[in-house]
Write a protein that binds this ligand. Structure first.
Ligand code: NAD
Ligand code: UDP
Length: 331
């Protein structure tokens, strides 16, 4: 385990996104210097808000596919850069694939040059539509290599290969986190992911869109738990590379999620069933034995509790927006 009071200069790629902003904030709080690198593909500089005032925080607008600036001297690199929502990563699939492969390659070269450790934000999507349930890290997955989700799934799988080969042949201290669906305050309302979409629809008084019959399952992890897991993994023993599943084991169907949001909101709402997208995994739940054993990590926030916090956050944000519009209009 690294001494956590060692001074760290930490590069967070994708630092302006949902997980990235939470991670940057947490790292600054613990006294690290943080450089956020982002091309703002699925985020905006505004997301960084108050972090910009922090003396140990800086932002570089850059696409990780392109050669990296020469003046970077990180001790740790978190590679979070990549659109994570199916709607967004499918908009420009070639860019998504290049982000995963060329981008990770560029960061690995930087890790070699700087002798920095690197953590790759991989995903439960490497298991595809799993034939083993729950998913253990030893399961090699069931991924369609030519489908609409492949740019992301296969891109992330290839990034895992690159990381593993750099660790084996170039001595890089590397970590692979297989992140399962994560949610919480700070998600973009229009990113298309299930929690943000259904809460946003609830607040707009629109019907909640459930794809297929809603029987497909996900296991959702609250963002604070995930960030703790990522930081613990980054600072774990040099020899522990993973891949390691990080996620909550509380499995729930999409229809149950929709009904829970209706219950928490205490408002009437309709559910509108829509066609199931291609290759949508039917089940997903992590086996987190490895994380518990090597990292002494497990989630602490129950789904109902985290969902309520997320709903409250979205509600407060929408009330503030209404207030600011009415102030502007003088009403
Ligand atoms: P997000 O879309 O909110 O954030 C991704 C960030 O990466 C955005 O700020 C985006 O602008 C930036 N980005 C995208 N391509 C880039 C590029 N080529 N160069 C520089 N910046 C780029 O997504 P998130 O939920 O914060 O996910 C962060 C990471 O975690 C992603 O790599 C994702 O694959 C992984 N992950 C997330 C989840 C989840 O449930 N949130 C699950 C599994 C894996
Ligand atoms: N989903 C849904 N309605 C929506 C958005 C998503 O029913 O408005 C479903 C989607 O088909 C999938 C699950 O919710 O089965 C999780 O989708 P998300 O995009 O959040 O994550 P992923 O599919 O990558 O796990």
């Amino acid at each position: 385990m690294l001494e956590t009071n060692d001074e760290q200069v930490i590069l967070v790629t994708g630092g302006a996104g949902f997980l990235g902003t939470h991670l940057c904030r947490r790292l600054l709080t613990q006294g690290d210097t943080v450089i956020c690198m982002d091309n703002f593909l699925t985020s905006s500089e505004a997301n960084l808000g108050p972090l910009n005032d922090h003396p140990n925080f800086s932002v570089i607008q850059h696409d990780i596919i392109d050669p990296l600036p020469k003046n970077l001297f990180p001790t740790q690199i978190y590679n979070l850069a990549c659109a994570a929502s199916p709607r967004q990563y499918q908009k420009d699939p070639v860019h998504t694939l290049r982000t995963c492969v060329q981008g990770t390659f560029n960061l690995l070269e930087l890790a070699v040059a700087q002798n920095a450790r690197i953590l790759q934000a991989s995903t439960s999507e490497v298991y595809g539509d799993p034939k083993e349930h729950p998913q253990h890290e030893s399961y090699h997955g069931n991924v369609n290599p030519v489908g609409v989700r492949s740019c992301y799934d296969e891109g992330k799988r290839c990034a895992e290969t690159l990381i593993s080969d750099y660790a084996r042949t170039r001595g890089v201290t590397a970590k692979i986190a297989r992140i399962f669906n994560t949610y919480g305050p700070g998600m973009a309302a229009d990113d298309g992911r299930v929690i943000s979409t259904l809460i946003h629809q609830m607040l707009q008084g629109e019907p909640l869109t459930v794809y297929g019959d809603g029987s497909q399952t996900r296991s959702l992890c609250y963002v604070d738990d995930m960030i703790k897991g990522l930081i613990t993994l980054m600072n774990s023993a040099d020899t522990f590379r993973g891949p390691v599943n990080l996620g909550n084991t509380e499995e729930i169907s999409v229809l149950e999620i929709a009904n829970l949001i209706i219950e928490l909101a205490q408002k009437d709402s309709n559910i509108e069933f829509r066609p199931l997208p291609a290759d949508d995994p039917t089940v997903r739940c992590p086996d987190i034995t490895l994380a518990q054993h090597h990292l002494n990590w497990k989630p602490t926030v129950r789904f109902r509790q985290g969902l309520l916090q997320t709903y409250t956050h979205f509600l407060q944000k929408s009330q503030k927006e209404i207030q600011s519009v009415s102030t502007r209009l003088g009403t």
